[in-house]
Design a protein around this ligand. Structure first.
Ligand code: HEC
Ligand code: HEC
Length: 245
């Protein structure tokens, strides 16, 4: 481990320790003993009570993906994290937390969450490599994406994506029905380190995916979505009318 890698965590520890002193344990709270929930701004408490159930303790991942993922935090800036936390992601289990979007948290609490999650970033983790942008810059082509999948993904997920020796199906309708296209892109770029899924550099080691390949494979995955989630058989044409998502 180089000096930098050791000093980083130490610096964080020092800041944390300093923090802990200002709100010295054992000190009698000046005002009321019980803090109204809307006045809690401590990141640790907010995160534990609102996010850890899905994203895991300290952002390490659980039912939902890890937030303390250095590639994710390199591509998702403050505004992305703020918007997702405040407004949620429609059509998925990611809730909207801002009061303005029907949630329970104030703007100050959202700011604290953004700042706290941001503090998990590790700018040195990528060693100066610039990752592909969070948002797609070019539309993807599902047909090309099928080839991209064979090149970069089938070694683990199987030739047709239905699961292989090293990873499960990615064309499972009940999975695809509940995940946003952006999140599929995020997984392809940032991986799921907590589950052993590689980032965009390591699907084929030494051969990072290009921006276009990423957009294409995401378009292919998206094209595998069930047209009518939860509906195993095609609907008769008259009922299908106007129900496209
Ligand atoms: C009920 C489960 C659940 C809870 C609780 C939850 N999330 Fe999420 N979160 C998700 C899911 C699922 C996604 C992926 C959504 C998608 O498909 O785009 C997500 C995505 C995100 C993303 C985008 C990152 C990415 O990889 O796509 C951020 C940032 C995020 N959540 C922050 C939070 C914060 C902050 C909290 C707490 C205030 C929170 N989440 C609570 C389920 C949850
Ligand atoms: C070295 C093996 C490997 C390669 C190559 C790989 N993945 Fe994965 N992937 C995993 C593992 C492991 C997981 C997590 C566990 C699981 O789903 O089996 C995963 C999870 C995923 C998930 C989330 C599935 C879920 O149920 O949460 C998606 C989406 C995904 N991969 C897409 C891709 C795409 C697209 C590619 C090619 C660009 C790819 N993967 C290449 C190993 C791999």
């Amino acid at each position: 481990m180089n000096r930098r890698a050791i000093l980083g965590p130490l610096a964080i520890l020092a800041v944390w320790a300093a923090d802990a002193c200002t709100s010295s344990p054992g000190a009698v709270p000046a005002k009321s003993e019980v803090q109204p929930p809307s006045e809690i701004v401590a990141f640790k408490v907010l995160y534990r009570e609102n996010c850890a159930g899905c994203h895991g303790e300290d952002g390490k991942g659980g039912a939902a993906s890890a937030l303390a993922n250095p590639v994710l935090l390199a591509i998702a800036d403050d505004s992305v994290i703020r918007r997702t936390t405040a407004q949620g992601v429609a059509g998925t289990s990611m809730p909207a937390f801002a009061q303005s979007a029907g949630g329970m948290l104030t703007d100050r609490q959202i700011d604290s969450l953004v700042e706290g999650i941001r503090s998990w970033a590790n700018p040195d983790a990528l060693g100066g490599i610039v990752p592909p942008p969070f948002r797609a810059q070019t539309p993807g082509d599902p047909q090309r994406g099928a080839d991209v999948f064979r090149t970069y993904c089938s070694s683990c997920h199987g030739a047709d994506g239905r699961g292989g020796k090293k990873a499960s199906s990615v064309v499972n309708g009940s999975y695809l029905a509940l995940v946003s296209e952006q999140h599929l892109r995020t997984i392809v770029i940032a991986g799921l380190p907590e589950l052993g899924a590689p980032d965009w550099r390591d699907d084929v080691p030494g051969h990072p995916m290009s921006e276009q390949e990423i957009s294409d494979v995401v378009a292919w995955l998206s094209s595998q979505r069930p047209q009518f989630p939860g509906q195993p058989y095609p609907l008769p044409a008259d009922r299908a009318e106007g129900e496209h998502r």
